[in-house]
Ligand binder design. Sequence first.
Ligand code: ARG
Ligand code: ZN
Length: 884
Amino acid sequence: MDIARSPSTPDGNPQMADAPPLPAEPPVIRREDYKPFPWRVPTTRLDFALGVEATRVTATLAVEPNPDAEPSSEIRLSGDGLEPASVTVDGHGSNSWRMEGSDLVIPLEQGAHELTIVTQIDPSANSQLMGLYASGGMLCTQCEAEGFRRIAFFPDRPDVLSTYTVRMEGPKRQFPVLLSNGNRTAAGEGGDGNHWAEWHDPWPKPSYLFALVAGDLVARTDTFTTMSGRTVELAIWVRGEDLPRTEHAMESLKKSMKWDEETFGREYDLDVFNIVAVGDFNMGAMENKGLNVFNTKYVLADPETATDGDYDGIEGVIAHEYFHNWSGNRVTCRDWFQLSLKEGFTVLRDQLFSQDMQGEAVNRIEDVRLLRSVQYPEDSGPLAHPIRPDSFREISNFYTATIYNKGAEVIRMMRTMAGPERFRQGTDLYFERHDGEAATCEDFVRAIEDGAGLDLTQFRRWYSQAGTPKVEVELEHDGETATLTLRQTVPPTPGQPDKQPMPIPLKYALFDRATGAHRGEELIVLDGTETQIAFGGFADKPVLSINRGFSAPVSIERDTPVEDLVFLAANDDDSFARYEAMQELIVGHLVAAVGEGFSGDDREAGRAAIGRAMTAILADAGLDDQMRGELMMLPSQTYVAEQLLVADPGRIHAEREALKGWLGQRLEDDLVAMHARASKASDGMDAAARGARKVKTQALVYLAAGNPDLAAQMAAAQYDAATTMTDRQGALMVLAGLPGIERTNKLIEFYNRYRGNALVIDKWFSLQASSLHPEAIAHVKALADHPDFTLKNPNRVRSLYMAFAGNPHAFHDPSGEGYRMIADLILALDPLNAQTAARFVPPLGRWRRIEPGRAALMRAQLERIAATPGLSRDTFEQVTRSLG
Ligand code: ARG
Ligand code: ZN
């Protein structure tokens, strides 16, 4: 049922012959065309006769006219690859329905009706992993955004809310555990070794939040007592062998539940909360009401197999999905153009949670690094779209860093302008006004305006305009006066040539050079094109620290003297600003170095300044190691390329590696000493131990570039002594990029040690695909033929090919071979899993910003894909936008 989308013709239905042919091009869906659905569906009953190869679904919908919509004499139910085995209207078999494309259309008189439609599906053939599918012998669902229509004919849109009752029956040996949304209301034995369960979810929900799981699973259980004293039964369901790796997920869940009560006043609203981990999953996780389904990657962890980063990922994603219970489920989206209403807000909520759990400084830096390395390139390329898009062909393509991460930044700016207390009044009002509704971004903005007392009239432009604003910053000094000038421009993006200025909240401080202190942090909202502020009483020119805490998602353009950046890197009391000064110092150097007219002396001077700043960071006793690790990190190649109109990836890579090598040599003694000091730390999960692990691997990264033999020796020793995956993976990552026998030895050792553990073997693929090794391309080709490689598992595909597409030297090999490999992958994967295939288009789509030789090769691959008949909607849309 997956790959073939063509409708089939059931016998005895004369109207089937009229079904129009499928359009040659998938249609464009527009936000302005929104119309409420003519029917309401107060209740839905689903009856599943479960089988891995054949599942029969009987859906009974109570429908009635929607008084808020234009009446209609028929009801149109979405389907995808379905055919109705029978259609019953008010208890009578119906013959008057018809198929239009993949929709089922049933004539219906005004008034209340009951529709019963039977369909049969084959979960084992579902390689798209949307709808009901089989994974390792179990059955599970993914319905967001439009997967429910692959299970049953339904008004599969988020503004149709219904109360669900689900009954499922199947072989008890194969599916001892039967789960759905809400509470289990009944269960029993059937004939022939079958058993059944019935679940009822009292909260009306859209179809995208439906879930069902049937399988041989075991649970870690616990309880949580809510703020009003109710007891909630918690369970995390996994395969038996994975049970010992669920403790961290459970702790994260309980912390999330408590935090959402304390911070946003949100209490959980069912008696049970279930999480299921599944190995085959397109995304990270899914917030189905009362039954979250997770990629195993975001559930399973122990120190031996998961890195510190993996632990953080689990804590953050568990929180994210849990928080959706209010921001997404209790208040959902009117249509998919409003996706950022739930995603942007929920990302902000999970970011604030992680900050509270882990400390603000490092978390903020990590969030910004992700935004700038993934969302900024999106915003400056052919796929740029506002956080509330105006049109799409395939909604799956809009689960983007723009909707999620820029969406979170936009709401964070409102919070910054209002302050946390008033912001909370705004969110309280939002939840109170819209509980039980399908809302819009506009509803959210209005609630924040009314509740927090802000005027967001102009600020709404952040929802409608794409593109990362640039803010030019100038600080002049004359006599006793310092004058700050701020000027903004918002660059043109596809379909939006002209932009209006947007309100930009900037936190800043002016430092006195002599004392190293500032006069207090201030907030200015730049709401026009340009503004100027004067400050008196500065006998000497102060040092400006701006966009502190990354108060606005903009790029700051300023000509800051190198000594000011060195000063800020050493002295700024805002951690983000300190990190930023270091990044600016290095980015400035690399950008100049790959440009014209950069002399050997310029290079020496630039490196010397960076070396001084780095030495100070290594020596600073006041820094904790987690922050030290952040300050030591070089800006990513993507972020450097982003600063250039047209980038030469080869030159940036060479210059960046050379700087790394220079620092590795200059700071060798300090780095070796730091590595030795950090190696004495415990292997616990406290901040000090985690920091020690972080700087250890950072030290190896620099040494590998400066003194490869020494680094190989140290990395092999770190590998052998490792008691955590963080240390082991860090060491192996460094070795994977170096020639020599230790590389081979340790890669073999790692594989044998973890063979059979899918998540760890993913790391093994990924390390090799992202390695600095000159033969990385050949390694990736060999790995694609490895018996453990399969296109059927999205984690495995990403572990090899996403890592490869992000490997600057291999992907951008001047031969174009890297581009060809990604295009081959897209074409091979598209028929199997369109959603995942389309995610590989953006790396090729950056061609306009790449030097002409490579750009032509990238474009040629996009054209080759575009010329292939039978592309999915997903890939078609991404490729045509990328060429457009
Ligand atoms: N709502 C989920 C989350 O962010 C993501 C689900 C996306 N699914 C998809 N098929 N695009 O938590
Ligand atoms: Zn989400």
